[in-house]
Design a protein around this ligand. Sequence first.
Ligand SMILES: [Zn+2]
Length: 239
Amino acid sequence: MKKIFLSKESVSKEEKNINLDERKMIRAQLEKLMALSSRDFAHYQISLDPIKGKIPKDEKVEIIENSILCGKEEAKKLRNQFGDLEVSEIAKNLGIIIEHNAKQSALDFVYFGFFETPNNIFIFDSNIKQAEALLEELNMNDFPVDFKDVVLAHEIFHFIEEENKSLYTNTRKIKLWSLGKIYTHKSKLRCTGEIAAMSFARTLLNLNLNPSILDYIFVAAFDFEKADELFRRIIKSTI
Ligand SMILES: [Zn+2]
């Protein structure tokens, strides 16, 4: 089973030089996104869930709060266990095998990293580099986040989820349909794990912003128009 880091965004892989107006706009949009809270981004994650329509409105706040808490607590456990150890070292200690892929075969969307059961994390270095290059182009070298660490931390959470079936993100289910009183069909949500993975990365790396913002930067590095659409979608989901 594959879990992807980036929301399924099909972006063109051609390298494009962005013009001055686009640069200004990306910077302005980035600044707006940097001001959003983890709860704002959680609403966006819910909006991406394939079964979002089945989530009762009055349960959303509980889902958001518990998913954020779940990620936070798992990160704290690792920090208690491993102290200040680097993320890649923590991964090794957990028995995770990290593979760095320089090139990506032709796929219709860009990967930055993914987790594959039971214990493999794939990191796409050149795609991450392209996102870092965008920040350089925007003169935002002081952006307070190491992309590779975020991608890795996010995927470590998916590993933990796979190992511990009693985690909130695994047990929180939504009723899809029922057959009278005899049978109720329930399903896991995708958004719980995604909200928690970002909250986990934020706590583990001690970041002062929600790393979900990387979704936008990663898309902007490849396709400005798609990034603009994504920006609007994120903002809309927070209203
Ligand atoms: Zn994920």
